[in-house]
Design a protein around this ligand. Structure first.
Ligand SMILES: Cc1cc2nc3c(=O)[nH]c(=O)nc-3n(C[C@H](O)[C@H](O)[C@H](O)COP(=O)(O)OP(=O)(O)OC[C@H]3O[C@@H](n4cnc5c(N)ncnc54)[C@H](O)[C@@H]3O)c2cc1C
Length: 328
């Protein structure tokens, strides 16, 4: 209602008042709710206004399908690219085009109502609509959600926030993945990898999150695979070996082995994760006696880029075995 009432008034003014048009397009009744339907739109509407973007009059979600309508008088490419770049972060592909005002829809003012003379166009006719069509791309997150029952969390869900902020470096915790996938089995990891193999999205794998570098175990905009639920610790006293999932931290492994008479060549701080530490070779307090942690590994369970699952030992895949010993 607000848009219906205010927008024609705002557009009818000469010269047009950009702030009034922008206000009219906000439509506090509907847009507020509709903005949340398309990821990124809320930020676009809040950050783009006539005062922050030259040429722009206003932007909103159009009623006709997934279309973003931007009214502008100039800088069309810049405006469209800014909107598209924001959607790209959400893995949403867009196309855009300029809509010329249709013949007969021009707002005009006659200088004399009684004597319709040559139309004296107001400044509003210069307003051209930039249209951005949002092609709801099937992101890896969407595909995992629709094709599998793998645990998956999106922004604003408590489990997402808890995992996304759980990094040793707060800079890594500032990056926002498009979703966090939490497989519980190797088969689920394989299902995720097969979906990722068919996409070009950037993703990351996280174990304990102790690596301090951005984008190593953290990602902005793509899916994050958290290994947190791959947390088995199975000790076999007969073979004196322990099978450890990459979602564990070293204090959890030590705790599980308490009383067994055995220990592991684990991290010097209990909070370091198993996955990154083992792939980086691993320097332990016991390294002077047993060498790198990776020296004690007998077998890796590995999901290859083609989604197949292999058990890697020094005998069946010697090259891979060597590469994994510190190859991360
Ligand atoms: C306070 C602190 C203390 C430390 N102490 C030690 C120490 O005593 N000894 C030592 O050797 N190092 C130590 N480190 C370094 C640490 O081992 C590395 O940063 C290691 O990468 C952290 O492991 P993580 O699993 O927590 O890492 P993450 O940050 O989760 O991952 C690190 C890298 O490994 C990859 N990765 C993790 N799991 C998997 C997986 N399952 N499959 C594929 N890729 C995976 C990630 O994608 C990322 O690239 C320490 C670091 C800090 C900050």
């Amino acid at each position: 209602m607000q848009r219906i009432a205010l927008l024609p008034v705002a557009l009818g003014q000469s010269p047009p008042d950009p702030e009034l048009i922008n206000l009219a397009m906000q439509d506090k009744l509907h847009q507020q709710y509709r903005q949340t339907l398309i990821p990124g739109l809320e930020e676009i509407v809040q950050s783009m206004s006539p005062s922050t973007q030259e040429g722009l009059l206003g932007v909103c979600l159009s009623g006709a399908g997934p279309t973003i309508l931007a009214l502008a008088t100039s800088h069309f490419d810049e405006i469209a690219e800014r909107i598209i770049a924001r959607f790209r972060k959400e893995n949403i592909d867009c196309q855009w085009k300029i809509l010329e005002p249709a013949e007969g829809t021009r707002v005009s003012k006659t200088s004399d109502v009684a004597r319709p003379a040559t139309p004296n166009f107001t400044g509003v006719v210069a307003v051209v609509a930039a249209l951005v069509t949002v092609a709801a791309a099937q992101s890896a997150c969407d595909l995992v959600g629709s094709q599998t029952s793998i645990e998956s969390y999106k922004r604003f869900q408590p489990a997402y926030t808890s995992e996304q902020t759980e990094y040793w470096s707060t800079a890594c915790g500032d990056l926002k993945p498009s979703c966090i996938l939490m497989p519980t089995t190797t088969q689920e990891v394989s299902a995720i990898v097969s979906i990722l193999a068919a996409s070009n999205e950037t993703f990351a794998v996280k174990s304990g999150g102790h690596n301090p570098n951005n984008y190593f175990a953290s990602v902005d905009g793509g899916p994050l695979i958290s290994t947190k639920n791959l947390d088995q610790i199975i000790f076999d006293p007969a073979t004196k070996t322990v099978r450890v999932g990459p979602g564990n931290r070293w204090d959890e492994v030590s705790k599980a082995l308490d009383g067994s008479g055995y220990s592991v060549v684990g991290g010097r701080i209990g909070n370091v994760g198993v996955g990154g530490y083992m792939l980086g070779a691993g320097l332990s307090f016991m390294s002077t006696e047993y060498g790198w942690a990776a020296n004690s590994v007998l077998e890796y369970e590995l999901v290859l880029a083609n989604a197949s699952i292999v058990h890697v030992t020094e005998h069946n895949h010697p090259d891979l075995f060597i590469a994994l010993k510190g190859g991360g």
